[in-house]
Ligand binder design. Sequence first.
Ligand code: MN
Length: 501
Amino acid sequence: MRRIELFDSTLRDGEQAPGFSMNLTEKLSMARVLAELGVDVIEAGFAACSQGDFASVKAVADELKGVTVASLCRCTEKDAEIAWNALKNAEKPLLHIFIATSDLHLETKLGMTREQVVERVAATVSYAKTLCPDIEFSAEDATRSDRNFLAKVLQTALSNGASVVNMADTVGIAQPDEIEDLVRFMKSELKSANPWKLSVHCHNDLGLATANTLAAIKAGADRVDVTVNGIGERAGNAAVEEVVMALKMRPEIYDADTGANPKMLVPASRKLVMLTGCKVQANKAVVGKNAFAHEAGIHQHGMMKDRRTYEIFHPEDVGATSERIILGKHSGRHALEDRISELGIGGLDKEQLDTVFEKFKLLAETKKTVGDRDIEAIVRSEVLGVPEIYRLDKYVINSGNILSNTCNIRICRKGETYLDGFAAGEGPIDAAYNAINDALKKDAKLLDYVIESVTGGADAQGAVSVKLSVGDKTVKGYGVSVNIFEASILAYLNALNALEE
Ligand code: MN
């Protein structure tokens, strides 16, 4: 069986999509889970893009062993140098250099001729090779490029020291047959004195990212770009869970496998949802809430006779542990720690674990049983934990349909000063948010508010995610409580704390 390498771009292409931005701590904890999942390369960001990106690429490169860590960089010596500075402590660093090859991009975006592009690739790749032993070169918009020119550019990269050349279907326009044909063409056309690999980067604008990726594998691609939950620019990239399971399910077609541990697919998916607050659609392949749900009577009947009737693989194969209510107020710290690592949401230090355990005990006092989703919610509020500048002290909300909605609130600042606020609002939560603004003399505006119950049942916790803007800054916050007003207040304060960081 051929071994297909997974190049994971969750922290780069995925992270740059709206709603998916992560801070350094979040990126690091996601990177640890990606390493556990068993991807071959973690693209940790685009170092030259911002100081924040540089810092997170460096943090991932410094810490993670046994996995290749990459930074994207434009095709310039300056970018390559910055990316290298972020990567140089990595055990296995990879510089990922890209430039567009379609005439459309050359004319409208780059203002370069084909000759200039070839020269630039030769110069940048050969310079980058003096810095970093491993270079991947990507042709952006490859699928809308003249294939002979594309071959010339990729050959130039190979001849100047790249060990991997990648073709990006940047706008998700390609069809599986075309990708298959293109990969075969390049496999026969390109030559190198050293071992080299061909890879593809497929987008999902027509819902074909996974199909195109599999077509490329069939045609001989050695490495493929993927992201957890298929996140990425616009409609996203090929989803790692789909590619991994398709190869597992149909060896007679692909005769290929990845190094991923399928049991980590659902935990990795959950971890990403936990960090970004962006849920996966219920009917999403492999990791969706309904991926293993059988509702129709006829299906349930079949399932009871033999699971194979309606299930090609089982939830436990991909790490979808069913909700197990095992923890309550008598559960110890070890049981909790074990469950956290089983859920794949670990990566916490001792201090964070202490806090999680404390919050778990408090919750177990109110709720008889604490389920997996409850634990995830607590861990999430811990991982997203930012220094608590503002802490809720107390509040009163008046609400009804015969009086105006008002809130009195007292917030403690840095454990020292108490700030009082009072305001009315359209509803109780609006009143509370206005009261917080009044107390803190802030002009925060609510951009997005999502509330969901963490588990079912009347004693479910409410989890609130908010996004606020203050001046030109946007921050997100998260709060959990059995009282939804309090969860809302905690989420708002969590966002304001993130702003102070
Ligand atoms: Mn992309």
